[in-house]
Design a protein around this ligand. Sequence first.
Ligand code: ZN
Length: 178
Amino acid sequence: MKYCPACGQPVERRVPPGDNLPRAVCTACGTIHYENPRIVVGCVPEWQGRILLCQRAIAPRRGFWTTPAGFFEIGETLQNAAARESLEEALIRVQIGSLLAITHVLHAAQVHVTFRARMLDGEFGVGAETLQAGLYDEREIPWEQIAFPSISFALRCYFEDRRAARESLHFSDVDRPL
Ligand code: ZN
């Protein structure tokens, strides 16, 4: 942040009184602009044992594969957001299940939250942010072509838990750019 969203004047980074971290503070109106990690939410949609993957039509990682996920919006629940992203990216209707994985993406200041999900039918399509979509068996997953480490992590945990007939919650941290 270079300019104050409230008044348009330059901001400077300094530690406000009583705080312990540098913040973007407006040089004109004095507003302190707190910057916190953003939440990316998605799910692993399953239909008859296979997993729905989308090939990304947008940057970053265009052409790579992912499960449906995107930025959490104000006014949503995490589950609603995961279902909305599934509809937008692959035109699928899902029932959101248990929480599967949380990845702290430290370098990008993001938290990636992934749920298990069941597709309500086998129908899928291609949303505006997707080149193509499809249903894949575990052994067909293009592991080298998965867009983000948080998605690979969630998928690996998903299959591991499914084999063991359990639904655990898994955490991981990523601290490197792609
Ligand atoms: Zn200002």
